[in-house]
Write a protein that binds this ligand. Structure first.
Ligand code: KG4
Ligand code: ZN
Length: 478
């Protein structure tokens, strides 16, 4: 019997059991589930190079060879025969990838909305949705072509169902369901932040549960204790903005080129500046918890820019030498303090986590901001001082990508968490189960911040609570 999970269709009850498996599931069970015991092995990437193709909105492409650490003979021992297509459209990148059960990345394609980002100074949901819709078919087809496979070779399709922009999530989910429906494939709904964390297990074969993860992106800033697959305790989160948002606004106000997003532009300019020249206060110094706040630092940056009469409308490339120097000083000082805030909170979170789970050996740092070299260097010091090992995926797996979705899909699929193939044809107005506001873990009661602003928008029950409820239900049935 195959357990169902993360149902994408309201027509199918969530966490229900599939009594009469469809022919494809019977085939799937025969071919894959027999081979999948023990449930979760330590999976590693293979040695073979994988294809990484990034497609700009102008459709220029480049291919990067990404090598991984295990010899081919080793990886093939771990191969369970599964192959999953992952689709990601939660924000401004349209991404797809094909990944094998042994962690081999067979293909990876990303179409970024660089021009739109620069034009609107940030992500505009409607324009982002249209951009996803324009390229989604090509991105998925390119990922299949680059892997030299067809849909018939796939074991399942994984897709991000939240958190993210509802309009954007819908494009990916619709495409995933069309592919899965047409080829009778099971479908796995993926939590975007869990995917940022778990892709580290594809990269680092020693990374087993429990471990800690700091996940830093444009919209999220969370620190979690990962107990098991799908089970997370949230030690801290942001009370307002995420660090990536602060990088993006700083870049915009400093007149930087936003086509690669704000973070890389600030990181680059910071190399020219003096990081002690502008005095910014480290946020939440007096809060003895593991929560974050970047709204106040953003305001400090804006005020510093105004005080120096820097004109953000004037691109840094046209600035005078002195003006450029001023901008670089702000970039460097901002980056130092923004990261110091991460360092302080991580130190405390590691202490808390070790009390809860003394066997922890690793701390994962992932999400777009984790591609920043200064962030990686500073956090490595903190983590090593606490006798843990830092696991940071390579930069192109830290920023949004399809590999992390395919890999997380594989992890859940392997333990039987997936939905059956959707019908071959679904109406255009079909209501998908999308989760724009979807917490990853259960909040650690002692870590709750008094400074937390109470947002009123509807929040979906966390991934962890859904999985716990499912396990409980299972136990009572056996
Ligand atoms: O995870 P991600 O690709 O998308 C979201 O889930 O939000 O993260 C995007 C964020 C953006 O705010 C971007 O400016 C930031 O990650 N980022 C960086 C760097 N590369 C991307 N921030 C600082 N330094 C970087 N090198
Ligand atoms: Zn992300």
């Amino acid at each position: 019997m195959v357990r169902l999970f993360l149902t994408l269709s309201p027509a199918i009850s969530r966490l229900s059991f599939l009594a009469a498996a469809s022919p494809s599931l019977n085939r799937l069970q025969r071919h894959h589930f027999d081979k999948l015991k023990p449930k979760i092995s330590l999976i590693s990437p293979s040695s073979s190079a994988s294809n990484f193709q990034r497609t700009g909105s102008s459709c220029s492409t480049r291919t990067i060879r990404v090598s991984s650490s295990l010899p081919k003979s080793e990886s093939s021992k771990l191969d369970d025969g599964l192959i999953v297509l992952g689709i990601e459209t939660s924000c401004d990148d349209t991404a797809a990838a094909v990944v094998r059960g042994n962690g081999e990345i067979l293909s990876q394609v990303i179409s970024s909305q660089a021009e739109l980002l620069a034009q609107y100074g940030g992500v505009a949901p409607k324009q982002a949705e249209e951009a996803h819709s324009r390229v989604i078919d090509k991105v998925v087809q390119d990922a299949l072509d680059k892997s030299n496979l067809t849909e018939k070779d796939l074991s399942a399709v994984a897709v991000t169902i939240g958190p993210g922009l509802g309009l954007c999530l819908r494009v990916g989910v619709q495409k995933a369901r069309r592919v899965a429906g047409a080829f009778n494939l099971p479908i796995v709904g993926v939590h975007h932040m869990e995917a940022h964390a778990l892709v580290a297990r594809l990269v680092e074969h020693e990374l087993s549960f429990p471990f800690m993860a700091l996940l830093i992106s444009g919209g999220h800033n969370i620190i979690v204790l990962a107990h098991k697959l799908g089970q997370y305790t949230q030690l801290g989160t942001t009370v307002d903005d995420a660090i990536g948002e602060a990088f993006d606004k700083t870049a915009k106000w400093l007149g930087l080129d936003l086509r690669r997003s704000g973070g890389p532009a600030v990181e680059e300019l910071a190399l020219e500046g003096d990081s002690n020249s502008v005095k910014f206060n480290v946020p939440m110094k007096n809060h003895k918890d593991c929560n974050f706040s970047y709204a106040g630092l953003k305001t400090q940056v804006r005020l510093a820019i105004e005080a120096r009469e820097i004109d953000g409308q004037c691109p840094v490339s046209s600035a005078t030498k002195e003006d450029r120097r001023n901008r670089a000083d702000i970039a460097a000082s901002f980056q130092r303090v923004a990261v110091l805030h991460l360092e302080e909170k991580c130190e405390r979170a590691i202490e808390w986590a070790l009390k809860l789970e003394p066997s922890i050996k690793h701390m994962v740092v992932s999400g777009g901001v984790a591609s920043n070299q200064y962030v990686r260097f500073r956090l490595n010091n903190i983590v090593e001082n606490k006798n843990l090992k830092l696991v940071c995926p390579p930069p192109n797996l830290c920023t949004d990508n399809g590999v992390m979705v395919a890999w997380t899909g594989l992890e859940h699929f392997r333990v039987g968490r997936f939905d059956p193939p959707p019908p071959a044809i679904e109406p255009d107005d079909f209501v998908y189960d999308l989760r724009p506001r979807w917490p990853l873990g259960e909040e650690y009661a002692q870590g709750r911040s008094e400074a937390r602003s109470m947002k009123t928008a509807r929040v979906h029950p966390s991934l962890t609570s859904i999985i716990r409820a499912d396990s409980l239900q299972q136990q009572t049935q056996t």
